[in-house]
Design a protein around this ligand. Structure first.
Ligand code: SAM
Length: 286
């Protein structure tokens, strides 16, 4: 291979999915691959592998010189194991995760590092009134309920009765049932009835993890329900990386991509897209 032609096969892990990416680079200035365009802001990236005596980690450097030589870490399976080993997962959450592992849909629940971040946001906010859309077996809702004060509560919206049975069993086991108000049905309907009930501007925190194509509608309803300074977190904003791939244009991907694009221009909220799990955007109502 020509010396100015560097070819790397880099293993990275997004959401536990191991994938191999072929990266071609010709010298420091000429990038052959890695350009993202059409439909969203264009970005180019260098991928490089940094090595020390006992480990290898991948790093990405934005090709735009105005970002300088800033290296952003790229998660490898080994690094993700390390991250997981640094999560303080309560025993009851571990039990729920382990019981769910063999069940259909187990990949849907948030990762322990995501759950820990959600719980911390709730604590930082001193949240009393929370909403979750998309409960499944209850992993993220239980993480939230565990850190809520005795006077706090979570409105937990889920359309699947079977999943709710598992969730309720764990709320009971954890002694937090009194803090969780389960709404069985469509999430948007539950939000509309909270608004009709005069609860606008009274919630501190909301987590959105239900039907992805409904995110814009959920967001509009939640903006009515959450107080100024309150936080709305949306899960799966990176959608397994598909949002950044112009070749992927299925309805779900396009809808998440459009939602992300809309948030960039939305002056009603402060935003931060965090590459944790499948990507979460944290929005704070202004
Ligand atoms: C990704 S899972 C939620 C995972 C959960 N947050 C956790 O971490 O364990 C999405 C859930 O949303 C529910 N769901 C999907 N569309 C819904 C809707 N329109 N209304 C209510 N629940 C919905 C599904 O039944 C599923 O259980």
């Amino acid at each position: 291979m020509h010396s100015s032609f560097l070819k790397l096969v880099e293993h990275s892990c997004i959401l536990g999915y191991e994938r191999a990416a072929l990266v071609l680079r010709r010298g420091p200035e000429q990038k052959l691959w890695g350009s993202i365009g059409s439909g969203f802001r264009s970005r180019k990236f260098h991928h490089r592998t940094t090595t020390n005596c006992c480990s290898t980690a991948s790093a990405i450097v934005p090709a735009d010189d105005k970002y300088g030589n800033k290296q952003v870490i790229s998660i490898t399976p080994r690094l993700y194991d390390y991250i997981l080993s640094n999560v303080r997962e309560p025993v009851i959450l571990r039990q729920l995760r382990e019981e769910t592992a063999s069940m259909c849909g187990s990949q849907m629940q948030v990762s322990p590092d995501q759950a820990q971040l959600l719980a911390m946001l709730v604590q930082i906010l001193g949240a009393q009134r929370c909403i979750e859309l998309g409960v499944y077996n209850g992993y993220s809702s239980l993480a939230i309920a565990l850190v809520l004060p005795e006077t706090g509560f979570l409105v937990a919206c889920e359309r699947d009765a079977k999943s709710l049975e598992v969730a309720k069993k764990y709320y009971q086991k954890a002694g937090v049932s009194h803090k969780v108000n389960v709404k069985h049905g469509l999430a948007a309907d539950a939000l509309k009835s909270l608004i009709l009930n005069g609860e606008s501007c009274s919630y501190d925190f909301a987590f959105v993890d239900a039907e992805k194509r409904m995110n814009q509608e959920y967001f509009e309803l939640l903006l009515q329900l959450v107080r100024v300074g309150g936080v709305i977190v949306i899960d799966n904003v990176l959608w397994h990386g598909k949002v950044a791939d112009p070749m992927v244009n299925d309805a779900k991907t396009v809808s998440i991509r459009n939602f992300n694009e809309g948030l960039m221009e939305d002056k009603r909220v402060n935003i931060s897209m965090v590459p944790i799990g499948d990507g979460m955007t944290i929005c704070q109502k202004r």
